[in-house]
Design a protein around this ligand. Structure first.
Ligand code: ADP
Ligand code: ADP
Length: 226
């Protein structure tokens, strides 16, 4: 587990207006931080800078107390769940979840143990030998989640993970994510434009507008009438 400290973070694409403009934000160890704001306000850009998929123009990014500005994504030990979670269609659920462990060349017995624990947590145990095509949308989403958490990363980053699901499934997955995060207690940054998700999942909500951090507070402070 690790905290994430962003100090005066700026991102400019080319010579245009900054996509992220002087953002200073601390995500505490074990905290669930929600990032909200209108389309184009810089949410994905900020998330990609945390993960290391985007260079930082200026400012300092620290994870677990260590400056990571020039550290490659692979070396950051973070897990990111994208909106379009791509499962490997030719692999079983077991191997889909196991994938990051195989990449890291973990021994077979450890892979088996960790995949089984993860499957149990996500109620996928009885589906481990199936292929993604034979799963429901919710089950597929849980497999994608499993692949993200199996690695025991220092932090989870979510980029609108539920936006492609229908309302019913979204509700179920919201409950699932909430349960998981409380159980695992892993530092999480979660991008959404869904107010219900922001209100129910987050310990705190950070509001971005045109690349600038406007407000940070508990969901209650931000959304409830005084
Ligand atoms: P979202 O609003 O969900 O973040 P976008 O449609 O803004 O999605 O962006 C989708 C992808 O297109 C991202 O990978 C982003 O980096 C890229 N993108 C967005 N705006 C531009 C742009 N002006 N020029 C080049 N790529 C862009
Ligand atoms: P959000 O995730 O909040 O929708 P983004 O981080 O995708 O916002 O985009 C923030 C701003 O940066 C937007 O103006 C977008 O067009 C621009 N942008 C994003 N990615 C790129 C890119 N690869 N190249 C140029 N501009 C980009």
């Amino acid at each position: 587990m690790a905290d994430i400290e962003m100090k005066n973070i700026v991102k400019k694409y080319g010579d245009g207006f900054p996509a992220v403009n002087d953002v200073t934000l601390d995500v505490q160890d074990g905290e669930f931080m929600i990032l909200v704001g209108p389309s184009g306000c810089g949410k994905s850009t900020l998330l990609r800078m945390i993960v290391g998929l985007e260079d930082i123009t200026s400012g300092e990014m620290k994870i677990g107390g260590k400056v990571v500005n020039t550290i490659a994504p692979r070396q950051r030990n973070l897990s990111m769940v994208f909106q379009n979670y791509a499962l490997y269609p030719h692999l079983t659920v077991f191997e889909n979840i196991a994938f990051p462990l195989r990449l890291a060349k973990k021994p077979d017995d450890e892979v088996r143990r960790r995949v089984n624990e993860t499957a149990e947590l996500l109620e996928l145990t009885e589906h481990l030998e199936r292929k993604p095509a034979n799963l429901s949308g919710g089950q597929r989403q849980r497999v994608a989640m499993g692949r993200a958490i199996v690695r025991q990363a220092d932090a989870f980053l979510f980029d609108e993970p539920l936006s492609n699901l229908d309302a019913k499934l979204r509700g179920q997955m919201r409950a699932e994510i909430s349960r998981l995060q409380r159980r695992l207690g892993v530092t999480t940054v979660y991008v959404t434009h869904d107010q219900t998700e922001a209100m129910t999942l987050g310990d705190r909500v950070a509001v971005l507008r045109k690349g600038v951090l406007q407000q940070v507070g508990s969901p209650r402070e931000l959304y409830e009438e005084p």
